[in-house]
Design a protein around this ligand. Sequence first.
Ligand code: IPE
Ligand code: IPE
Ligand code: MG
Length: 242
Amino acid sequence: MQKNKKKIPLHVAIIMDGNGRWAQKKGKIRSFGHKIGFKAVKETIKFAIKNNIKVLTLYAFSSENWKRPKLEVISLLKLFLFTLNNEIENLNKYNICLKVIGDITFFNKELQLSIYNAEKKTIKNSGLTLNIAANYGGKWDIVQGVKKIIADVRNGYLDINQIEEETFSQYLSTSTLLPVDLVIRTGGEKRISNFLLWQIAYSELYFTDILWPDFNKFIFQDAINYFSTRKRRFGGFIEDQK
Ligand code: IPE
Ligand code: IPE
Ligand code: MG
């Protein structure tokens, strides 16, 4: 368990919700909201770097988002592809290491290649880890972890009696990342929508009605301030914890 002396969250995970409603309010199509939402992503990344946040996980596309109208899905995936291909220089400039979690085998080959390429080209960067959850579902993550752990038991690499909670964490897609300290959800809903499940057992949760394209450094700061006032007990009891 890490000590947060200054109480800055080291790993912030964000459910970027409200793009569609933001666009509709302006009389535009939902995809316009996704496009403008990318500006909020950039501001969020800059804030994270400035504030020494080590890992930023962004929920970009859920395993349930395939249920959306086909045109919206296509435009979301196109935006993802375009961004991956065009932002690599910026990622390197800001020393950002890009990682994608989720079942990317559902994506077309071109997008899969762009993901591998962006991950490979930024793997040595030692600054912020930008973790994009794409075709990600918390339930999927647990199931894929179970499958891998069973395979390791079967091939004799792992003894079933040695499986602890920490062992299982190593089989999740977030195995290399710091624990999630803070989850932020924009867009007014107070639910997790199959984002990280196992990983947020003791995360602090911050909900705001702000729609994602309107998210900015001031609202991010509000979330950090909220986090800094939380007494994280992890089930224990700390008498003089400030
Ligand atoms: C979140 O905004 C972005 C994605 C799911 C990719 P929405 O598209 O869910 O916007 P609302 O919630 O309908 O306003
Ligand atoms: C959660 O938003 C998923 C992402 C932000 C990628 P949704 O808009 O899909 O969630 P629900 O349907 O309101 O629960
Ligand atoms: Mg939504």
